[in-house]
Design a protein around this ligand. Sequence first.
Ligand code: FAD
Length: 488
Amino acid sequence: VCGSMYKTEKTFRFVIVGGGIAGVTCVEQLSSQFPDAEVALITAASLVKAVANFKQVSKTLEEFDVEEQPSSVLEEKFPNLTVVQSAVKALNTHTHTVQTVDGRTFGYEKLCICSGGRPKLLTQGNPYVLGIRDTDSAQEFQKRLSKAKRIVVVGNGGIALELVYEVEGCEVIWAVKDKAIGNTFFDAGAAQFLIPSLEADKPEGATPCKRHRYTVEPAGASHTFTEPGSALGPDWHEGIVLRGAEEVSHRVSVEYQCEVDSIYTHQELLKSPQQTLVSEGGSWPVYVKLTNGKTFGCDFIVSATGVVPNTEPFLHGNNFALADDGGLRVDDHMMTSEPDVYAAGDVCTACWEHSPLWQQMRLWTQARQMGWYAGRCIAAHVLSEPIELDFCFELFSHITKFFSYKVVLLGKFNGQGLGPDHELLVRCTKGQEYIKVILSGGRMMGAVLIGETDLEETFENLILNQMDLTPYGEELLNPNIDIEDYFD
Ligand code: FAD
């Protein structure tokens, strides 16, 4: 596709594709370690994402703010960096070149693909189905929500969870395929703990969460192309008002264990035999039939069913090994199956033998960790130095906020892959905290901490040191014991 036909404009030592957190972190790592090497960041969007106020909370837990910046800020910081604002449309791994949509060809010695993912849509090209991925799509969502009386949200991951909680003034029908809400992050017990928050009014001036903030590009800013922007991260809804046309606060009904069977416009419904299935009267722009047999009319549908890795531009003519989820397979050095091509963040699938306490989830922190580690691996390889898998891949850990509660997830927090012989200990105070510990053979394998439990560091240590906790039994969660002192 590219190569001999096109004249290579310039060859860089390192080329990184994608200005999201993974790409920018990789750029920062390489540009600072090799101040004399020419580095290029090729990215489709006009703004790049940067990590700010990074804080290591404990051995593996980290928190940081995310700032959207014009790419010139990066170029000022690193004189050896060139930012090319265009999308990559083809890659030729034989000639070591990438071609951009604006018709340029660049050579590389080492390439790192950090092109992220895009929302998995229920159907392509249906104007009533929206996916939320970047600032632009979030703004489109907000605009349409302001005129909406009822929406259907499909999906059960983090985005759906935040969305149904944040939307006000609009009825929400939430279709989840599992028995409980938030299945990606929680079990049925935690879901039960959270459900009342959906029914109650939101706490007055609910403590705003300060972790990640977005500057939303002002309307009219130069945004004339439609290349995919970076994924929003936590708090993507902050600063944008998610309010519908009605005067209600929360009105969420959950439809459990169902998926979307079909989507009809009003006209199509009138012509179809399904019309008898409409749950109630009224005329809506679009109707969703769920696999539980119910049909709901609504203003639009939000598809929040996960992401598909953005791999297409890179595949043609090359021989990348892909994982089942569509990601570029990477080994423990973040290398793809093509020579000199690395990948990090949402676009890749970690295919090394994982630590028993870690799993990949397409999250903000993992994008940063992978981008940084990929940069270090590239550096080690060009310097012919050995490098070991980073400690951050030892234990899965994630801090976030759901329904105004602080949420900490550690290790195999949902018993992932542990088989039937694991044990659960749960402590729950309604409206205050929910603590769940997963034990296997007397050792702590994971934990879910909701609320201000202050247990994250102690539990992280207990998981990392794999101490036999059998003698402590249920005392582990006894609220009258100061567990921190206990294990000091
Ligand atoms: P991205 O941030 O997607 O960046 C990809 C970059 O590649 C972009 O700059 C894009 O413009 C560029 N690009 C794409 N294709 C090309 C191409 N062909 N050529 C050149 N450039 C290209 N994570 C959490 O941890 N907590 C949360 O609460 C959370 N909430 C989320 C809410 C929403 C609505 C969404 C969508 C995601 C959320 N995530 C959350 C996930 C998190 O945002 C992602 O895991 C993370 O941003 C991935 O970073 P990345 O750098 O791999 O990819």
